[in-house]
Write a protein of this length. Structure first.
Length: 741
């Protein structure tokens, strides 16, 4: 029996590794489990760490060890399956375990004053039975209360604040009055999203033979099968969601939980409703639009097994689910699964690891799978399933290029495009214009001397926002008034170059004054509820023309849209990012999928100065699958991911030399004493060298094999931390970087 206990603790600090603490005698009888929160002294701070293990050994003498201050919980917050995943992630992404645990902990639980116990829950109102006379009186005297009562009476399982806000306004006063009259009952619910009880159960579609084949193939796999990783490659509108629903039903019948990852918050309401209605089960929804309490409520419901389905964005991969039976990653190609700062994990990749650890299948679904995933199918690590047709023989839209060379442009729109818009509007179709640039114009230019509106802190131009009459840098966020005169030569001939969503919206509103033109981008949807409202108007057909950024490209189902146009595809064709072509192909295919979803046939127009570009030609004539095959061959020939593996080390500093020096010193660490095949590129300036007043450099490490590259890095990491020049820079490691700039 040792005379003291040591706890190895993950403390949220940039210092890598675990820290040893003593368990003081007064806590000796407290339960101690891996995954429990613990308060520890750390320098001058007190921090909440997570217990990794209990031992009786430490590299430090016991006299040097500090004691744990308190143990707030009786049980572990992270069960064993989560500890396994989080430790794996810390190791793989070369990120301090304490910071990884902190990132995975609901914000609510980061404060020790909040106990790990059942949350209060979200309020739910329901109607009490009332006799006819009471109701008649209510209708006469207080029509607002009567209406609200009727609404509540239609929701037999009660109604949440969220639903109330969606279906009515200014309801609080009337609700209070109803409560006082005992006509309404208020309780609290442990779920964020309750399935509305429908008058009739939704008609479940009969799966077509293609869909049925996929469902059986996945359901028949053995649980412990190591390669229970599936890619559902189904063209847009081919019925992937129906497949997810059937698979989920099968899992629910076995009392297992399902985790569904989605890329975007704006997608969640539609998909959530579809799942909730079909599965008739409470669903915990997790996304950044919730407050800390709501998040914790959903998280708790999932981690106690009360919620059988969790739908959420990237960070939901860290939700404990004891009975996890399946993970679905919808739109698996989407870049938002990769966290781009701090703990740079990829939730799609972690879903594979988690599914393997918890012995369950994972389904990566997309109409445009990433080249990484397709490569894994080719290498037989994943099993591919295909839906190559839309149900009911609905045709795919026809895609056509508009050659912009020598064509007059009206604020970025060609005559051909304008004519086509008119045509579709005339035939009662809706039109969707896609442009991946918000604001009015990407820069202002002096016609006299060529001066442009450069950001003083970045190597980039400031975007002109007309409505707010501001110049805004989209990279660092600073704002400036719009210059009336050129600061260089004093000329007042300043012109707006290029087009963003705001300009396209303006020109279309002028051309079609009688129609509702709706712009959907980050600027017009900043206020709460605005996006839902705009999507609703788009869905109902109230907005005849939709102009939007990539927010509009994802998953929305607008039945009335018959024409989709991509205003500018050229930018991506000549980008320095090696993934630019893949992203453009995905974008074209995805936005094309927005056209002609209902009974009306769809048309897609792409404006370009390079109609002969091989990428566009392959995509148009042979489709995404063929495009991907040739793109993969190209990656192989040029030795780029997924055929090789990358780790990027970034560094930034106020002075250029500092940023570069640290990486030069780092190179020395990799050049000596390693016998792995490694290519080192850099230090090189980042494609945008200066951003927010700091110079940015990067070092790219590339290898054919993942494992040795990874081992080398984790082995050299402590040495990198000791490099003297590191003190003058901010630096980070990005494993499997998504943006290489
Ligand atoms: P995806 O998720 O691949 O974009 P969805 O699952 O949303 O596709 O299906 C697209 C459309 O096709 C939806 O309107 C859906 O109701 C319909 N659909 C899907 N499967 C079937 C089927 N087996 N029979 C009839 N219609 C179907
Ligand atoms: Zn000038
Ligand atoms: Zn800037």
């Amino acid at each position: 029996m040792p005379d003291y206990y040591v706890l190895k603790i993950a403390v949220p600090s940039p210092v890598y590794g675990l820290f040893d603490y003593l368990l003081p005698t007064e806590l000796a009888h407290h339960p101690v489990l891996p995954g429990m929160r613990v308060l520890v002294p750390f320098g001058r701070q007190r921090l909440t760490g997570i217990i990794i293990e209990q031992t009786n050994q430490s590299a430090l003498p016991s006299g040097k060890l500090k004691a744990v201050l308190s143990l707030p919980d009786k049980t572990a917050i992270f069960p064993a399956h989560m500890m396994q995943l989080l430790q794996w992630a810390a190791n793989y992404y070369l990120y301090p375990p304490g910071e990884v645990m902190q990132a995975a902990l609901p914000v609510y639980l980061r404060q020790l004053k909040h106990a790990f116990s059942a949350p209060e829950g979200e309020p739910v109102w329901s109607a009490n039975p009332a006799d006819k006379a009471t109701l008649q009186q209510l209708q006469k005297r207080a029509p607002k209360q009567y209406q609200l009562y009727q609404l509540l009476a239609r929701h037999t399982q009660g109604i949440s604040r969220q639903t109330l806000n969606q279906q009515t306004s200014n309801w609080r006063q009337a609700m209070q009055a109803l409560l006082e009259k005992h006509l309404v009952n208020k309780t609290r619910h442990t779920f964020c999203w309750q399935a509305p009880v429908l008058a009739q159960t939704p008609t479940t579609l009969k799966l077509n033979p293609q869909q049925q084949k996929v469902v059986s193939a996945i359901n028949d796999r053995h649980e412990m099968d190591n390669r229970n990783i599936h890619c559902l490659f189904g063209i847009t509108g081919s019925g992937k969601t129906e497949v997810y629903l059937a698979l989920s039903q099968h899992m629910l019948a076995q009392k297992r939980q399902i985790l569904i990852l989605v890329p975007e918050i704006s997608l969640t309401p539609q998909l959530t409703r579809r799942f909730a209605e079909h599965l008739q089960t409470p669903i915990a929804v997790l996304h950044s639009g919730l407050n800390d309490n709501q998040r914790y409520t959903a998280w708790y419901a999932a981690s106690t097994g009360k919620a059988h389905v969790v739908i959420g964005t990237r960070s939901s991969i860290f939700t404990p689910m004891p009975e996890l039976g399946m993970i679905i990653v919808d739109e698996e190609h989407d870049g938002s699964y990769k966290q781009q700062d701090g703990f740079r994990y990829n939730a799609r990749d972690l879903s594979i690891v988690r599914a393997r650890q918890q012995h369950c299948p994972v389904i990566l679904g997309s109409a445009t799978p990433s080249l990484e995933t397709l490569h894994n199918i080719n290498e037989q690590r994943y099993q591919g399933h295909y839906l190559r047709q839309r149900p009911n023989q609905r045709p795919l839209p026809s895609i056509q290029l508009i050659n912009l060379c020598n064509q007059p442009l009206h604020e970025g729109l060609s005559d051909a495009l304008l004519a086509s818009i008119k045509q579709h509007i005339k035939q009662q179709g809706q039109v969707l214009l896609f442009i991946n640039r918000r604001g009015f114009a990407p820069l202002l230019l002096c016609h006299h001397c060529g001066w442009t509106t450069q950001c003083p802190r970045c190597d980039a131009n400031m975007t002109y926002h007309k409505k707010h009459q501001r110049l805004l840098c989209h990279h660092c966020g600073i704002q400036r008034p719009v210059p009336v005169k050129c600061t260089n030569c004093g000329s007042s001939e300043i012109i707006a170059m290029g087009s963003g969503t705001e300009r396209i919206e303006n020109v279309l509103q002028t051309s079609f004054p009688q129609l509702q033109v709706s712009r959907i981008d980050r600027d017009t949807t900043r206020n709460k509820g605005k996006l839902a409202e705009k999507l609703q108007q788009a869905h109902s057909g109230e907005s005849a023309i939709l102009v939007g950024t990539q927010m509009l490209a994802k998953g929305h189902d607008f039945p009335g849209v018959t024409l989709v146009a991509i205003v500018d595809s050229d930018q991506a064709l000549y980008s320095t990012d090696f993934r630019a072509a893949e992203h453009l192909a995905q974008l074209i295919t995805q936005v094309s999928g927005r056209a002609g979803r209902a009974d009306k046939p769809g048309e897609v127009l792409i404006q370009t100065h390079h109609p002969e570009h091989p990428l566009l030609q392959t995509l148009l004539h042979q489709g995404y699958e063929k495009f991907a095959t040739s793109a993969l061959a190209e990656r192989k020939a040029t030795g780029l991911p997924p055929c090789t593996h990358l780790i990027l080390i970034r560094s930034d500093a106020i002075y250029r030399d500092d940023a570069r020096q640290f990486l030069s010193d780092a190179v020395a660490q990799f050049k000596t004493g390693n016998n792995i095949q490694l290519d080192i590129f850099g230090p090189l300036p980042a494609p945008m060298e200066r951003r927010a007043g700091r110079y940015r450099y990067q070092l790219m490490l590339q290898a054919r094999e993942r494992k040795p590259l990874h081992q080398l890095l984790s082995y050299r990491l402590p040495l990198l931390r000791k490099i003297k020049s590191a003190r003058k820079v901010r630096w980070s490691i990005d494993v499997d970087p998504y943006d290489t700039f």
